[in-house]
Design a protein around this ligand. Structure first.
Ligand code: AMP
Ligand code: ZN
Length: 492
């Protein structure tokens, strides 16, 4: 059994810049928070790549036997960043003449539908920012009480310079505070801030801003960074194991999360920060704002002008898993075509496992191969290396199919369960003819069992029973054939 008790899982920690042995705060339990989508438009495949990487990580942690509390939020309140004072949900609501919560509902439903199609496991908790306004107001009050924020014209700002006197603003993004100033100054001409690098904890609502709540400071809305601080610590504690998101969120979003949590709770909130790399389209980051994107539904329906055909969710998932989560991945028609070939080869090999004959020796070291699969995943969830190992098994299965190799019963069982575990449970791929093949699996297993019982009956000279099994199976359309290599069957 491979479990967290005997495995050495290593994680690349963006906070330290090192690959570190993973040691959760409480043995056997993992708290993981991942920044969810801002639901003002459809998620594109880039967003999905990030969530899919964490889905794979979640699946592997569960597989190792950890009890995981996985929290992934929905950003459904005014999404306000320092370099962008526009609230995308309100803007979209005005444009489409809908309530902001209608926009939120529409795109949350879309998000969930995409996740279902792409075989995501649901997180343990999916909190919404609008459901946690009270907690956000409480956190702001705490930061004010601790002297690390100030009120200005109905808005509340985090005092970055004051914080930086005792702490390090830039600890995660490795920026020095002067860089942070450089990056924000030009955009902050007429703000209420004391210093350009300060960021909003609460913003007084302008008349056109529809999503608004009462607070001690003004009728307004919370800053974007704050929701993640509040929801992560509410459900996972002031200090938790893993916080994830795309690379583009490292600064300012995650940097600000650290500062806010320190300012509230006097401790670093996260032990392992994990950042996924970007999905590119045509050499440029896939992004909502630039329009350089493909939607998942455009890929599986084929309804787009970029790809030559439709690609199934499982093929797209396989394409994502062929790259390490921390590498840039380029989407193209050729890349998807190649992934489809590989994906189908893998599925065909898995299907072929039903009909492999066993012998008294194996010509492939299945036990060593299994260990290599785990080693790859333990090395910072290295799915491309894992997939390379899975293809060694595919090669072996194809040799077995052609009678150019042999395998013992025990090794066949190990090979079958291991490859299925990694492909379906951990990578989350789907065999497209899933229900059919699952049923075929069960039928084959049942017949094999009857063949075994018949052989036992024969060995005990209970020919009446062995004939009965053969005849009744035949009446059901299952023909048994006794040969030198044992008994095989065919379906009439
Ligand atoms: P958003 O809804 O814009 O906050 O994005 C949700 C998640 O998707 C964040 O973790 C982003 O970092 C991530 N993301 C956005 N664009 C891409 C991309 N092109 N590739 C991978 N992840 C992305
Ligand atoms: Zn976040």
């Amino acid at each position: 059994m491979y479990t967290y008790k005997n495995q050495q899982l290593k994680i690349q920690n963006s906070l330290t810049g090192k690959k570190e042995l993973f040691k959760p705060i409480t043995e056997g339990f993992v708290g993981m928070y991942v920044c969810g989508p801002t639901v003002y438009s459809n998620v594109h495949l880039g967003n999905i790549r990030t969530f899919m990487s964490f889905d794979m990580i979640y699946r592997y942690l569960l597989h190792l036997g950890y009890k995981v509390r996985y929290v992934r939020n929905i950003t459904d309140a005014g999404h306000l960043t320092d370099d962008n004072t526009e609230d995308k949900i309100s803007t979209k609501a005005r444009l489409e003449k809908l309530e902001p919560m209608e926009i939120v509902q529409k795109y949350t439903v879309d998000f969930h539908e995409i996740l279902r199609r792409y075989n995501f496991l649901p997180p343990s908790i999916e909190p919404t920012a609008t459901g946690h306004i009270v907690e956000q107001i409480e956190a702001i009050q705490k930061i004010l009480d601790n002297g690390l924020a100030y009120v200005s014209n109905g808005s509340v700002y985090f005092d970055v310079l004051k914080y930086n006197e005792t702490k390090h603003y830039g600890i995660l993004s490795k920026r020095v505070i002067e860089d942070a100033i450089e990056n924000t100054r030009s955009l902050d001409g007429q703000s209420d801030k004391k210093n350009p690098q300060d960021f909003a904890l609460w913003k007084r609502a302008e008349p056109e801003h529809i999503q608004r709540w009462n607070s001690p400071w003004s009728v307004g809305f919370p800053g974007w960074h704050l929701e993640c601080t509040v929801m992560s610590t509410k459900y996972l504690g002031d200090q938790f194991d893993i916080h994830g998101g795309g690379m583009d969120l490292k600064f300012p979003h995650h940097e600000c999360e650290i500062a806010q949590a320190e300012a509230c709770n006097h401790q670093a909130p996260v032990n392992y920060w994990m950042h996924t790399n970007m999905l590119n389209l045509n050499g440029k980051k896939m992004s909502k704002s630039t329009g350089n994107h493909l939607l998942p539904q455009e890929i599986y329906t084929g309804d787009n002008t970029i790809l030559s055909k439709a690609f199934s969710p499982s093929v797209t998932r396989f394409f994502n898993m062929q790259a390490h989560y921390s590498s840039i991945l380029d989407l193209s028609n050729d890349a998807l075509l190649a992934s489809e070939k590989g994906h189908n080869k893998l599925m065909e090999a898995i299907d072929a496992l039903h009909n492999i004959k066993t012998s008294n020796m194996s010509t492939f070291d299945v036990t060593a191969w299994k260990k290599k699969c785990y080693d790859a995943m333990n090395d910072d969830f290295n799915t491309p290396v894992l997939i390379a190992h899975l293809f060694e098994a595919v090669k072996y299965i194809n040799q077995l199919k052609d009678d150019n190799a042999s395998i013992t019963v025990d090794d066949l069982t190990t090979l079958t369960t291991t490859i299925k575990t990694f492909v379906f449970d951990i990578l989350g791929l789907m065999n497209e003819s899933d229900s059919d093949s699952a049923n075929t699996d069960k039928l084959s297993g049942t017949i094999e069992l009857l063949i075994k019982l018949r052989a036992e009956a024969k060995a005990n000279k209970d020919y009446a029973l062995s004939d009965q099994i053969r005849d009744e199976l035949l009446a059901l359309g299952v023909q048994l054939k006794d040969g030198r290599e044992g008994t095989t069957f065919s379906l009439n």
